[in-house]
Each structure stands twice: as structure tokens, then as C-alpha cells.
Design a protein around this ligand. Structure first.
Ligand code: ZN
Length: 133
């Protein structure tokens, strides 16, 4: 396996992901414009703790919350952002899940939650398109 992305790059992607997530949470009504420090942040100490727990734990309430999230496009996007942040924690971030190659910096900057490199993604899209038509 080739070496992973350098630490400072990962920090940059993490920042991108967190900015996107913050904007999305606001949109979904989790955060009020001027209450960044209240509710979620206070009860868990940190916003990321909230989302990781949501993804990991299988209680009914969490499952319902997840179902709710998946009901909307924004919710699914939020889920993918959380997954990507989780991959940064694990150290698997930025690697194509299909071929194992590192995803290009250009692509990650444009789509920080990308799971596939551009060539696998292109192939995947072609497969999907073929199915539809
Ligand atoms: Zn690939």
C-alpha cells in the first residue's frame, strides 16, 4: 500500500468536512445561527462526538434519528460527511474503497467525502447509467 495523505492535508480536509457539516446542521435545524456553543456542543463536549455516537450506537432513538436523516438528501449528505470524518480518525481517509489507491488532492478538495478515486467513480457512474437506460 502506498503512503497515506500527509497530516497537514488531512487537517485541511477535516476542516472542509467540518465546515460543510456545520452549514448542513444549521440547515437541518440542529444549530441556530448564533448558538454554536449551546445544546449539542454542551451536552457532548463536541459536535463530532454527537455524530459518531449516532452512527455507532444501535439504540431505537438513534435508529429513528438515522432513519430521519436518511429521509432527506441533506441528511444523507450529513451521514457521508460524518463517515468521512470517521475515516480521518481511523486513518483510512482519502483512499479509494474500490482500488485502494489514494484519491487525488484535487478531487478531495472538491468532494471531501469522496470514497472512490475518480476512475472508479467514473466506472461506477457508467455502470449505474447502463442499468438505468
Ligand atoms: Zn479507485
Amino acid at each position: 500500500m502506498s503512503k497515506g495523505h500527509p497530516k497537514e492535508k488531512l487537517e485541511k480536509y477535516r476542516q472542509l468536512l467540518e465546515n460543510k457539516r456545520e452549514a448542513l446542521l444549521k440547515e437541518l435545524g440542529y444549530l441556530e445561527d448564533n448558538s454554536m456553543n449551546s445544546t449539542i456542543t454542551e451536552s457532548t463536549g463536541d459536535i463530532s462526538a454527537y455524530s459518531f455516537h449516532m452512527a455507532d450506537q444501535g439504540t431505537d432513538a438513534m435508529e429513528r434519528e438515522k432513519a430521519f436523516l436518511f429521509a432527506s438528501r441533506e441528511g444523507r449528505f450529513l451521514y457521508h460527511l460524518n463517515q468521512a470524518l470517521g475515516r480521518i480518525e481511523e486513518g483510512s481517509y482519502g483512499r479509494c474503497e474500490e482500488c485502494g489507491e489514494l484519491i487525488s488532492e484535487e478531487r478531495l478538495t472538491a468532494v471531501p467525502h469522496a470514497r472512490f478515486c475518480i476512475s472508479c467513480k467514473t466506472k461506477e457512474d457508467a455502470r449505474k447509467a447502463a442499468k438505468i437506460s
